[in-house]
Every structure is written in structure tokens, then in C-alpha cells.
Design a protein around this ligand. Structure first.
Ligand SMILES: [Zn+2]
Length: 203
């Protein structure tokens, strides 16, 4: 079942959290997204969507954005114009090495995902939408959890989602993430600079 929730708390950034981007991922991502409530949101607006099953097409494949679900997500982003965007994904544990492989950029053109802890991975979003639908200083995060997640992984996943909900801008978010993940934030910054030669910020 498609899930939607809107939380409004006066002035502040527009945030968009999306799960169920492709395949069966919505069955995993709904568990985290359904736990986000009004008290998690600092200010501004949060829209949460979680989608049903759809054919699996990678978001690194440009055809994703001409599929029904891809078109729907692009429209949601264009309509809301969020300054903070999280795409929630899940992965088969066998793919951990592939997703975090330091040679991923040579293979796929995009940097590896960064391991936070307990199998939770963080990275930027598909280059097909990062530069065309978002501004340089927007927060754009891909968050991955094993589809069969442990309690520890679920807690980390939710902690990062809540950090985005409760920070007012990119600086606040990075400060929050640096407390637990200083090296990972530094790596994300380096990857962003390598990927976008201009001064794109981390995430
Ligand atoms: Zn995915």
C-alpha cells in the first residue's frame, strides 16, 4: 500500500523522504518511514512517500526516470522542490562488497557508498537527478540498509533519517553526522568534489 504523510511546522526547509523506489524495497523502507512523527521534525515541511512494488530498474539507469514510478518521483520532486531529500533503499547483503567497492566509480561512474555502521550505507543520489532537479547546497542522500535488517541496522537507519528531519540545514546535518561518523562525512565530501568538479558539497 502506498504510504503518504505530511508534517508541517511553520517556516523552514522543505524535506522529502521517499521509499519504495524500485523492486520490493518498499516493504523494508516503510518500517522506518512509518516511525517518523511530528516530534522528529524541527521546522518547515516534511513529505514522506513509500511506494508499492514496481519493476526493478536501477536509478543509475536513465530508463528508470522514464518508468511509471520514476516519472512519479520526478514529478513529486519538481512539485515540492525540497531542500533536503532522502531516498531510502535496501540491498541484498550479498551486494555489500559491490556497493562499497572502492573501484565502483571506474565501473559505474559514481563513487562507492560509504559504510556508516551495522550495514547501513550512505551516498549521494543518482547523477541523473542530482544536478538537474536540485541546487548545489540541497541535501541529497541515498540511504541503504540490508533488506533483511538487524535491529542494530534499523536503529542506525532511523537515526540518520531522524537527523535529516531534525536539522534545519546542511551545516546542522553535517555537524550532527560528524559526531558519530567523522571519517564517513569527510569521505562523502571528497567523493562529491571528485564527482562534481565544481564545489558541490557532501551529500
Ligand atoms: Zn534501491
Amino acid at each position: 500500500m502506498t504510504y503518504f504523510k505530511e508534517i508541517k511546522k511553520g517556516d523552514g526547509p522543505k524535506r522529502l523522504f521517499i521509499g519504495g523506489v524500485h523492486g520490493h524495497e518498499g516493504f523494508t523502507t516503510i518500517k522506518a518511514l512509518s516511525q517518523i512523527s511530528d516530534r522528529d521534525v524541527k521546522n518547515g515541511i516534511l513529505h514522506i512517500y513509500n511506494f508499492d512494488e514496481s519493476p526493478y530498474i536501477s536509478t543509475l539507469d536513465r530508463h528508470y526516470y522514464t518508468s511509471n514510478i520514476g516519472i512519479k518521483i520526478v514529478k513529486i520532486i519538481r512539485d515540492l522542490k525540497p531542500e533536503m531529500y532522502i531516498e531510502l533503499h535496501c540491498y541484498n547483503s550479498n551486494s555489500f562488497e559491490k556497493l562499497t567497492d572502492l573501484n565502483r566509480k571506474e565501473r559505474t561512474g559514481i563513487p562507492p557508498l560509504i559504510h556508516l555502521e551495522a550495514g547501513v550505507l550512505i551516498g549521494s543520489i543518482s547523477p541523473y537527478i542530482r544536478t538537474s532537479l536540485f541546487d548545489e547546497w540541497d541535501v541529497c542522500i541515498t540511504l541503504e540498509i540490508p533488506c533483511k535488517a538487524s535491529k542494530e541496522a534499523s536503529d542506525v537507519y532511523l537515526k540518520v533519517i531522524r537527523a535529516v528531519a531534525s536539522s534545519g540545514n546542511k551545516h546542522e546535518l553535517l555537524d550532527m553526522l560528524r559526531v558519530d561518523y567523522p571519517e564517513q562525512v569527510e569521505t562523502a565530501a571528497r567523493y562529491a568534489i571528485e564527482l562534481y568538479w565544481d564545489s558541490y558539497p557532501p551529500l
